[in-house]
Write a protein that binds this ligand. Structure first.
Ligand SMILES: [Zn+2]
Length: 286
């Protein structure tokens, strides 16, 4: 059984041994943020140039086949340490969005699908979240922001960094569809997700895909677990790009939990407005 304190100690030890990752965490201290109001909620935009590789990652089958999988143990940098967690290993994310940022990767190289095998991975996610109070776990579907859709993984950050959970606590109206539930048993959570997936799978956008497009976030909550599922219409907006009238935004769980990551200085300093954020949500969510 791991706990939150053990993971925080692990991150400290890891950063002492890995200068590149330590420099990226250090750079976060000076990160610039702007807040835009979208409907009832305030959405933060974080300028984070180190995330360019993730935002613009090519996730088509041909590009994936050409690169060594960076989550497989045999391809990881020599400096990267891991904590054993049953079927998973906890790694420090070397390209962080927040001061605490872990990747929880399956030990085997298996596709990013949370619905397989009776949603077994989702049960794992809820169980791990219950072991790690103060941390939120999230899952980016293979066409919903995951930059390694060929290797199953969750990520974990501090709950307090994600406005979404505060929006729930305050009863705010979120400007896109979020399915929200609190469960006192992992079984109940899994049955709920299966029912929701059956419904989402019939949406035209999901036609022919193995599982519906979603981002999923959860946190341990009292004696149970709180879950948010954000159904997705599209992987990226139609204005995704580097040109004039285009923005380099590729939303994943963190963006839809209220912290939009903007790796381009042009976008952050000049182009981004609340109207662009509304368009981003309208095109990529319901
Ligand atoms: Zn792999």
């Amino acid at each position: 059984m791991m706990d939150t304190g053990e993971l925080l100690d692990f991150q400290r030890a890891q950063l002492e041994r890995w200068p590149m990752a330590a420099a990226n965490f250090k750079a976060l201290e000076g990160v610039e943020t702007k807040i835009f109001r979208v409907g009832d909620v305030g959405v933060a935009v974080q300028y984070n140039p180190a995330r360019i590789a993730s935002t613009s990652a090519k996730v088509d089958a041909v590009s994936l086949a050409k690169r060594p999988c960076f989550l497989c143990r045999s391809n990881r940098p020599a400096e990267q340490m891991a904590i054993d967690a049953g079927d998973y290993e906890v790694l420090v994310n070397p390209f962080p969005i927040f001061p605490v940022h872990f990747t929880i990767a399956a030990k085997e190289h298996a596709p990013q699908l949370i619905s397989g095998d009776g949603c077994r991975r989702f049960a794992d996610m809820l169980q791990i979240a219950c072991q790690l109070p103060g941390l939120a776990l999230f899952y980016n579907g293979p066409r919903c922001g995951a930059s390694a859709p060929d290797h199953f993984h969750f990520q974990a950050v501090e709950v307090c960094r994600l406005p979404l959970f505060e929006w729930f606590d305050c009863g705010l109206r979120i400007p896109y569809r979020v399915e929200h539930g609190c469960f006192f048993s992992i079984y109940d959570g899994v049955e709920w997700l299966k029912g929701l997936f059956d419904e989402l799978q019939s949406l035209p956008e999901n036609f022919g895909e193995v599982e519906p497009r979603v981002n999923i976030l959860c946190r341990g909550y009292g004696n149970g677990v709180e879950v948010a599922v954000i159904p997705r219409r599209a992987h990226r907006p139609d204005f995704f790009g580097y040109g004039e009238g285009e923005l380099l935004l590729s939303p994943a769980s963190v963006d839809l939990a209220g912290v939009v990551v903007a790796p381009s200085p042009e976008d952050f300093n000049r182009k981004l407005t609340a109207e662009w954020l509304e368009a981003l949500f309208r095109q990529t969510c319901y």
